[in-house]
Design a protein around this ligand. Structure first.
Ligand code: PLP
Length: 428
C-alpha cells in the first residue's frame, strides 16, 4: 500500500519485482540464482544481448552506436567523460600533426603538447547540482594539465538570484568554438538533461547544439547525463556523441550504468603511450569506453542480476506501449506530471513551484509549501506519511518538497497524491 515518490533508488514495476525475486533464487529452474552465476557464462551473455536489444528498440539506437554496461554510477561517468573525451581530442590533434609534420615524432609531440595547454576546452552547461558536480570533477581532473580548461558555457544560477531553476536563452551561452583541429576547440559540450535535485529539465534538445543547423565541421560532440529521465521520452540518439545514466531511477536497480556511445569515438580513444609522453593520464581500464566495448562490457565482473532487471524493465515498457514505444511513455509521463503541476498551480498560495514554468521537470517536481515555512512543510510531510505517501522530502541541499514521478510510479499513486495535495491546500 505504500506509494513511494523518492528520487532514487526508485520503485520498479511490480511484475518485474516478482520475477526478480524468483530469478534471484532460482533462474529459469537452473537451481542457481542470477547473482550466483559467472558473468562469462552463456546465460550472462544472453542477458547482456537481450538488454542491449531492448534498449536499441526502445530508443531506435542507430547502428553506429555501441551500448556499454559499466560500473561507477553517474558519478563514475563524470570522470569517464573527461578521461575518454580528452584522450579523443588529443588523438585527433596527434593525427593531424602526424599528417602535417611527415611523421616526425619529436615535433608531433611538441606541437600537441603546446596545443593541449592552449586550445583544449571542456564546455559545461551548468543548470543544476549534478551538472555542477560533473564540471567540478572535470576541473579537478584537469588541474595537473592546466587551469581554466573547463569552460562554464552557462551557469544558470547567474540570472536567477544565485539559485538553479531556469535555463537562460541559448544566445547567452558562451560555447567554445569547434573548429576541428585548430585553435581553441571544445572536446565536448556537456549537459544534464534532467536535474534531479533542482527539478529542471531541458524541454528539448538545445538548438545551438543541433548538428542539423550547423556546418558539419562545427558540429559539437554532445554528452548528456540522462540518469533521471532515461526512457521517459523519445530521444534522437543521433544528435549525441555520448548518453549515460545510472540505472537506479527509470531503468532498474543500482550497480549498473548504461552508456550509449558513438563508435567513431571508441575507435579514436588511443593506447596510453602518446598520452603518457604528454604527461596526461590514460583512461583507467574500467572507465575506458574502448576497453569496456572491446570486452563486450565484461572486462571485469559485472552485476548480471542488475543488467537482467534493466532488461525486464525495458521488456515491460515495450509490452505496455507496443509500437508507440517511448512516445507512449512520454505521453504517460507528461500526463502524470500535469496532474500534479495543475494542482500546485491552482493552489499557488499554498504551493510554490521552484523552477520556471518552461523548464519544469516531468520527473522531479520541486516545490515549497507556504513559501518554505519549516513547520508547515513538516506538517505536509507528516500528513503524507499518515496516508502512506512516502519519499517526498526535497534533497537536503535545497529543502522543500520533491515528488519523483519516474516511469514505475503508477497513475493510481499519482491520483492518491493529487487527492492529498488538494486536501492539504484546503486546510492552508
Ligand atoms: N546524475 C544525475 C542526474 C543524478 O540524479 C545522479 C544521482 O542521483 C547522479 C548523476 C549520480 O549518480 P550515482 O549516484 O549513480 O553516481
Amino acid at each position: 500500500e505504500v506509494a513511494y515518490f523518492g528520487a532514487g533508488p526508485a520503485p520498479l514495476p511490480t511484475p518485474v519485482l516478482e520475477q526478480g525475486a524468483k530469478a534471484f533464487l532460482n533462474y529459469e529452474n537452473t537451481g542457481l540464482g542470477l547473482a550466483e552465476i559467472s558473468h562469462r557464462s552463456p546465460t550472462a551473455n544472453k542477458i547482456l544481448a537481450d538488454t542491449r536489444a531492448g534498449l536499441t528498440t526502445l530508443l531506435d539506437i542507430p547502428s553506429n552506436y555501441d551500448i556499454l554496461f559499466m560500473h561507477g554510477g553517474g558519478s563514475g561517468e563524470f570522470s569517464a567523460v573527461v578521461f575518454n573525451m580528452v584522450a579523443v581530442w588529443v588523438e585527433n590533434r596527434r593525427r593531424r600533426a602526424e599528417s602535417e609534420l611527415n611523421g616526425d615524432s619529436d615535433k608531433i609531440l611538441e606541437r600537441v603538447r603546446q596545443e593541449v595547454r592552449r586550445d583544449l576546452r571542456l564546455d559545461y552547461l551548468v543548470t543544476g547540482s549534478w551538472s555542477l558536480k560533473a564540471s567540478q570533477e572535470a576541473a579537478s581532473l584537469l588541474e595537473p594539465i592546466g587551469k581554466d580548461l573547463v569552460n562554464i558555457a552557462l551557469d544558470a544560477r547567474k540570472d536567477n538570484g544565485g539559485k538553479f531553476g531556469s535555463i537562460p536563452p541559448e544566445e547567452n551561452w558562451k560555447l567554445s568554438p569547434r573548429q576541428r583541429g585548430q585553435g581553441i576547440e571544445s572536446a565536448f559540450v556537456y549537459y544534464c538533461d534532467n536535474e534531479t535535485v533542482d527539478g529542471v529539465e531541458f524541454p528539448s534538445f538545445p538548438k545551438s547544439l543541433d548538428p542539423g543547423l550547423q556546418d558539419e565541421l562545427e558540429k559539437p560532440l554532445v554528452v548528456a547525463d540522462m540518469s533521471s529521465n532515461f526512457l521517459s521520452r523519445r530521444v534522437d540518439v543521433s544528435k549525441y556523441a555520448v548518453i549515460f545514466g545510472g540505472a537506479q531511477k527509470n531503468i532498474g536497480i543500482t550497480d549498473v550504468t548504461l552508456v550509449i556511445v558513438r563508435k567513431d569515438i571508441l575507435s579514436t580513444i588511443p593506447p596510453p603511450s602518446f598520452l603518457h609522453a604528454l604527461g596526461i593520464w590514460s583512461p583507467p581500464a574500467i572507465l575506458n569506453w574502448a576497453v569496456v566495448a572491446k570486452n563486450n562490457s565484461l572486462y571485469n565482473t559485472m552485476p548480471i542480476f542488475s543488467i537482467w532487471i534493466a532488461g525486464q524493465v525495458m521488456k515491460s515498457l515495450l509490452a505496455f506501449h507496443g509500437d508507440s514505444k517511448l512516445a507512449g511513455q512520454e505521453e504517460l509521463s507528461n500526463a502524470k506530471a500535469k496532474i500534479i503541476y495543475d494542482i500546485l498551480d491552482a493552489n499557488s498560495s499554498t504551493y510554490q513551484v521552484v523552477p520556471h514554468t518552461s523548464v519544469r521537470s516531468r520527473m522531479n517536481i520541486c516545490f515549497r509549501v507556504c513559501k518554505g515555512d519549516a513547520a508547515i512543510e513538516k506538517e505536509f510531510l507528516d500528513g503524507a506519511e499518515s496516508r502512506m505517501l512516502q519519499g517526498l522530502k526535497g534533497h537536503r541541499s535545497v529543502g522543500g518538497i520533491r515528488i519523483s514521478n519516474y516511469n514505475a510510479v503508477s497513475m493510481t499513486n499519482v491520483e492518491k497524491l493529487a487527492e492529498y495535495l488538494k486536501d492539504f491546500a484546503k486546510k492552508h
